[in-house]
Design a binder for this molecule. Structure first.
Ligand SMILES: Cc1cc2nc3c(=O)[nH]c(=O)nc-3n(C[C@H](O)[C@H](O)[C@H](O)COP(=O)(O)OP(=O)(O)OC[C@H]3O[C@@H](n4cnc5c(N)ncnc54)[C@H](O)[C@@H]3O)c2cc1C
Length: 489
């Protein structure tokens, strides 16, 4: 950071007086990479980025922000797909990336204590020699941080069986807006008082700055095998998912890909997928040899009864990894067939899978934009990838409208506007569709209890009543403007 910048912005001078200058980034070129997260359609250059190396430095930054009324946007790896880590124009981006140490591995208690900036995959790699792992596995796990996972309650392929972040965390240490270090949760499975730990999960940086996390570790399953079922009809594939879960089988992972996703992935990875299928299901069964063998037979029967035209069991570990490589590379594969894509994230009851996928296909025709579906079918967590070209006039806006219609459909069939990617800036208006005024006012009250001045990640996730009124005003019925008492802005 140059001295000139420090002298022109009093906030930057103040920060540099409390933490080393090497932890303060203020020149425009170095700030550029922080202007967005994974939702790159939304951008805002930050005023300043700080990268503390210690918890004490985090506390110092927070105290300065509180004293000066400066908004704080916490940031992990910036992989959020909903704009949660997008900067505030007057604010500080507080990066936890340098708090990246694994503090302790407790084999006996099967836990690891890690700093917030530790990458998700780093934890499993560090305990692999003990035959342990950390179960929640977002596809971004090579990059995303555990602090960001807590803030988004991240999920992944294995969360159907092993739970989301919320189910795999015992304790969080966070810095509150007064700059105090507080501990939430405990070292045992249950702790007294309100379950504030659960409240923190998915709180999108609005309740405090996570600096340390105690995670649960699980023993690696002895055996894992994967079945691939192919279908000539997407509705049949959807029904097959519901029938497997209804029969009491909980696969380690249960994923679906539609024809567009199969073709793109196969061209990219050569995973061995049938490119003439309308849909495939990948069903991983894990546990002991005996359990896995009996479940394989059961799932084969269920897939067949649901109308699968072909069922293949990966013959060995190499083929199992190959089958999964197609799924794991499905997002990058889209980059080869479309200049841009917009990844939606909504969740629906499993029994609605077929119906909703068919209706998404109809929307694809209506908007004139292709869509590929690749998603966590077992959880009913959809990820429609809307393909568009940002250089074509209005295609970005059309993609956004298409996405919004999908989310409204998720709510209409009894689901939610988010599965695992959070609300951020992307879906803040959709919160007005999902929740009534009372629920939203409760959310705001919780936020206020932690952050009376509204400095922690403002304008994200929880809409104001005025914003909802404005949003709903787009649908004026019989000339009746909702909430006429509220100021319009
Ligand atoms: C290719 C790709 C695949 C993905 N797949 C999945 C998936 O399978 N499952 C899934 O759940 N997500 C997925 N994601 C989304 C994303 O990786 C997750 O939401 C992840 O948890 C974000 O972690 P991060 O460290 O990058 O956080 P960031 O993106 O930096 O921040 C995310 C949010 O958390 C807040 N935050 C970050 N760190 C802290 C902290 N220490 N304290 C308080 N608040 C904090 C931020 O303010 C922001 O609101 C994917 C993203 C990409 C790009």
């Amino acid at each position: 950071m140059s001295r000139t910048q420090a002298s022109t912005d009093p906030l930057i001078s103040l920060l540099s007086s409390e933490i080393p200058e090497s932890c303060v980034v203020a020149d425009p070129v170095s700030l550029k990479p922080y202007e967005c997260d994974g939702l790159s359609g939304y951008r805002q250059m930050p005023r300043v980025v700080v990268l503390p190396r210690t918890v004490e430095q985090v506390q110092a930054v927070v105290r300065i922000c509180q004293k000066t009324g400066t908004p704080i946007v916490p940031r992990g790896a910036g992989t959020s797909l909903s704009g949660g880590a997008m900067p505030h124009k007057n604010g500080v981006v507080l990066s936890l990336a340098r708090l990246n140490r694994i503090l302790n591995i407790d084999e006996g208690n099967r836990t690891a204590r890690v700093q917030a900036g530790v990458r998700n995959l780093q934890i499993s790699e560090a305990v692999q020699h003990l035959d342990l792992y950390y179960a929640p596995d977002p596809s971004s796990q090579i990059a995303c941080t555990i602090g960001g996972n807590v803030a988004e309650n991240a999920g992944g392929v294995h969360c159907l069986k092993y739970g989301l972040t919320v189910h795999n965390i015992l304790q969080v240490k966070m810095v509150n807006l007064d700059g105090e270090l507080i501990s939430i949760g405990g070292t045992t499975l249950d702790s007294p008082g309100y379950d504030l730990l659960a409240l923190l999960m998915g709180s999108e940086g609005m309740l405090g700055i996570v600096v340390e996390v105690l995670v649960r570790l699980l023993p690696q399953p002895k055996v894992a095998r994967v079945l691939m079922g192919s279908f000539d009809d997407i509705e049949k594939a959807g029904k097959a998912v519901a029938s497997v879960i209804a029969a009491g089988v909980i696969p380690g992972g249960f994923e679906m890909m539609d024809k567009a996703a199969i073709q793109a992935s196969e061209d990219f990875t050569g995973a061995g997928y049938p490119t003439d299928a309308e849909a495939i299901l990948l069903c991983e069964l894990d546990g002991t040899e005996a359990d896995v063998n009996s479940q394989i037979e059961k799932v084969k029967r269920l897939l067949k009864n649901a109308g699968a035209v072909d069922i293949r069991l990966a013959r060995d570990e190499t083929q199992r990894i190959r089958f999964w490589s197609g799924r794991k590379n499905a997002f990058p594969a889209m980059g080869r067939i479309s200049p841009d894509y917009y990844c939606m994230d909504g969740t629906i009851p499993r029994k609605e899978l077929g119906n909703v996928l068919t209706r998404i296909a109809g929307m694809s025709e209506k908007y004139g934009l292709r869509v590929a579906n690749v998603f966590h079918a077992g959880d009913g967590n959809l990820h429609p990838l809307i393909l568009y070209d940002a250089n074509q006039p209005e295609e970005f806006e059309k993609a956004e409208e298409f996405g919004a219609e999908i989310l409204d459909l998720c709510v209409a069939v009894g689901g939610t506007i988010t599965g695992e990617h959070g609300v951020g800036v992307e879906k803040i208006d959709r919160m007005c569709v999902q929740f009534d005024e009372y629920s939203l006012s409760q959310f705001r009250a919780i936020r206020k209890a932690f952050d009376p001045d509204g400095l922690l990640n403002p304008d994200k996730a929880v809409p104001t009543l005025a914003r909802c009124a404005e949003f709903n005003a787009m649908h004026v019925h019989h000339g009746q403007l909702p909430h006429p008492e509220l100021e319009r802005f």
